[in-house]
Design a protein around this ligand. Structure first.
Ligand SMILES: *[C@@H]1O[C@H](CO)[C@@H](O)[C@H](O)[C@H]1NC(C)=O
Ligand SMILES: *[C@@H]1O[C@H](CO)[C@@H](O)[C@H](O)[C@H]1NC(C)=O
Ligand SMILES: *[C@@H]1O[C@H](CO)[C@@H](O)[C@H](O)[C@H]1NC(C)=O
Length: 348
């Protein structure tokens, strides 16, 4: 009964969303990436090049590397116990990967001019975790498991270690050979307006519901003060702080943010617990990033926020769904531009 109720609320909200979405859809640029369903096949052969499109499947490594999930899970548990802040970092790293050229581990390539070297990537962490998992998998099943699949499963396991949602990860991604720093700067940074955010998610094939749900990952993790400095004083040239910031919270933030390189928690009330406090904080003007707070006030996103803020089961279920949507973003391209990388830092 409870489940049914959640489902129907979600349906109504989704329906309203569709209506409002339909009106802007025509204005949006055509989609380039595609979000794959579980059973979408194949390789399309054109006259000149072979276009690669993966067949993602939860049993992809059943024959070639049956230990893959066990290895990733054990390594993630090990690193989490060393430093539990790595869980949020891995989830963020996965997002930054999938938001550029789909989930192809382009964010891991470590060369001059790569995404990883971009200004927007400077606070990304957790690369050593992926390197460690990759090294172990190369010992156990050489040349089989892509870095993109490792990062995707690691983000799932990070969520699980936080006692968050669980979902089955479809596998079969390939690693890209192209990584450009200017593309990394297109990933949302926390200062965009909602229209820009919606367009940016839509161009990845993700919905407004995915946007609101994936923002819920801010229930854990931290941000640098650099991302919120503009809210603390002289907001938009008014000479005053951002009026959508609670006064006490503003005081705390001002105290914590002596330097732009200082860190503050994204979820002010329960920063280490995977829960719906992030959403209820928005209703109390305690969203950290201006993008967080704007989700609460914008009519296109606010209906979802109020549902999430009161229905933990719904958030947990939808988080799993939206993370699969995120992980299934692929950009079809020539086969010559994909491979299973031997070292996640370098193309073969
Ligand atoms: C997850 O739940 C277990 C069992 O209740 C608990 O021991 C552990 O501390 C929790 N972990 C986190 C990160 O909250
Ligand atoms: C949102 O931001 C974009 C890019 O900065 C800008 O062009 C647009 O006018 C803004 N829209 C609104 C409604 O403020
Ligand atoms: C401000 O900081 C104090 C002390 O760290 C804390 O007890 C309080 O809950 C914080 N208030 C807000 C609104 O963040």
């Amino acid at each position: 009964m409870k489940k049914l109720c959640f489902a129907s609320i979600l349906f109504i909200v989704q329906f309203e969303l569709l209506l409002s979405f339909a009106s802007v859809a025509n204005a949006l640029i055509p989609l380039k990436p595609v979000v794959l369903g579980l059973v979408k096949p194949k390789t399309i052969v054109s006259k000149t090049t072979t276009i690669w499109l993966p067949r993602l499947s939860t049993s992809y490594y059943l024959k070639t590397c049956p230990v893959v999930e066990q290895v990733i899970q054990e390594k993630m548990a090990y690193w989490f116990h060393q430093d539990n802040s790595l869980a949020a970092s891995i989830i963020r790293l996965h997002f930054h990967d999938c938001a550029v050229r789909g989930c192809d581990a382009s964010i891991l390539l470590n060369h001059k001019g790569s995404e990883r070297r971009a200004h927007a990537s400077r606070t990304l962490r957790g690369f050593q975790v992926i390197d460690d998992i990759k090294a172990e998998l190369e010992r156990r099943c050489p040349r089989k498991v892509s870095c993109a699949d490792i990062l995707t499963a690691a983000a799932r396991d990070a969520t699980k270690l936080l006692n968050g949602s669980f979902w089955e990860v479809p596998f079969g991604r390939k690693d890209g050979r192209i990584s450009l720093s200017k593309e990394a700067d297109m990933v949302p940074q926390g200062r965009e307006n909602i229209t820009t955010l919606i367009h940016s998610f839509d161009s990845l094939g993700l919905s407004i519901l995915d946007l609101v749900t994936l923002s819920g990952s801010h229930t854990i993790g931290r941000s640098t003060c650099y991302s919120i400095q503009h809210r603390l004083a002289n907001y938009q040239g008014t000479g005053k702080p951002d009026p959508t910031l609670d006064a006490k919270y503003l005081k705390n933030l001002t105290r914590s943010c002596k330097w732009s390189s200082n860190y503050v928690n994204l979820d002010v009330t329960t920063p280490k617990t995977f829960d719906i406090e992030y959403y209820s904080n928005l209703g109390k003007k305690k969203g950290l990033l201006s993008t967080d707070q704007a989700l609460y006030s914008d009519p296109r996103t606010s209906p979802f926020i109020s549902v999430m803020a009161t229905q933990p089961d719904l958030f947990f279920n939808q988080f799993a769904v939206s993370m699969v949507n995120l992980g299934n973003i692929v950009v079809p391209g020539p086969s010559s531009e994909t491979e299973v990388r031997l070292n996640c830092n370098y193309a073969n």
